[in-house]
Design a protein around this ligand. Structure first.
Ligand code: APR
Ligand code: ZN
Length: 264
């Protein structure tokens, strides 16, 4: 399909959707300077996830794992939402996008103004105790900057045990409530925008399939084909920060066109 036709088709599907949701991955934050995991310069090309992103790795070497996560926290603290994050927030404001289901832990969707955000893999600015119920949202408490600067391994102010990042590591289950909400949204959706994910990590990668099984359609935005592309109804090849604003502008123009007084 010619590029122009692809954009037209995607914008038409978005404008005509009844219940649109987005599923995003690391690719949507790439233009904010946050590295992806599996691309050519991906984190898992440089580091071994089994040494940095599993419960075993953490209890084996909490200093190393905290060094990795503080490095990522600092990087994300200096990152800003890019036009792709803002385009999804705009679609939500227009009443078209009902929710963003994200695999990202970088908080950039919320920073961009998205309000209904389902964080499948947690949030890098939340920490929790490995022993007691203590948890802290470092952005809310305003302690993110100083937390990153601390050199010691963070410990629980209540019981002294190790604190850990409140993210989902490999081999860990997602929170029941989170995955339940995501699956419910996918069942309701007649359209899912899948943006910047390789589609190889489950259960997130099931969600586009749930949409299809319930008769919904998939628009994928990615710089290259992914494991989701075979089930995409429309594949828009390109950078999310360039593609999504164009699609939202077309949807806004179509909406404005609808509201114009119809000439007799
Ligand atoms: N615009 C759109 N897509 C992009 C861009 C961009 N500017 N840059 C990269 N991409 C695409 C890549 O082509 C790739 O398909 O984003 C995708 C990133 O894939 P991954 O690095 O595998 O990230 P993701 O799919 O989010 O990984 C899922 O794996 O490591 C775990 O928990 C981690 O949440 C993560 C999960
Ligand atoms: Zn504790």
């Amino acid at each position: 399909m010619r590029v122009e036709r692809v954009f037209e088709r995607a914008a038409d599907l978005i404008s005509g959707s009844r219940f649109c949701v987005a599923l995003t991955g690391a690719g949507i934050s790439a233009e904010s300077g946050v590295p992806t995991f599996r691309g050519s310069n991906g984190l898992w090309k440089r580091y071994r996830p089994e040494e940095l992103a599993t419960p075993e790795a953490f209890f084996r070497d909490p200093e190393l794992v905290w060094e990795f996560y503080k490095w990522r926290m600092e990087m994300v603290l200096n990152a800003r939402p890019n036009p792709a994050h803002r385009a999804l927030a705009e679609l939500e404001r227009m009443g078209i996008l009902r929710a963003v289901i994200t695999q990202n832990v970088d908080d950039l969707h919320r920073e961009a103004g998205s309000r209904n955000v389902v964080e499948l893999h947690g949030n890098i600015f939340r920490v929790r105790c490995t022993s007691c119920p203590y948890r802290e949202d470092l952005k809310e408490s305003g302690r993110a900057g100083e937390f990153v600067e601390e050199t010691d391994v963070p410990r629980c102010p209540e019981c002294g045990s190790l604190l850990r990042p409140d993210v989902v590591w490999f081999g860990e289950a997602l929170r029941e409530e989170t995955i339940g909400k995501a699956f419910h949204l996918a069942q309701e959706a007649d359209l899912m925008l899948v943006v910047g994910t390789s589609g190889v990590v489950y259960p997130a990668a099931y969600l586009p399939r749930v949409v299809k099984e319930h008769g919904g359609r998939i628009i994928e935005v990615n710089v290259e084909e992914s494991a989701i592309t075979p089930i995409a109804d429309v594949f828009v090849q390109g950078k999310a920060g360039e593609v999504l604003p164009v699609l939202v502008n077309r949807v806004e123009a179509a909406k404005a066109g609808e509201n114009l007084p119809q000439r007799e």
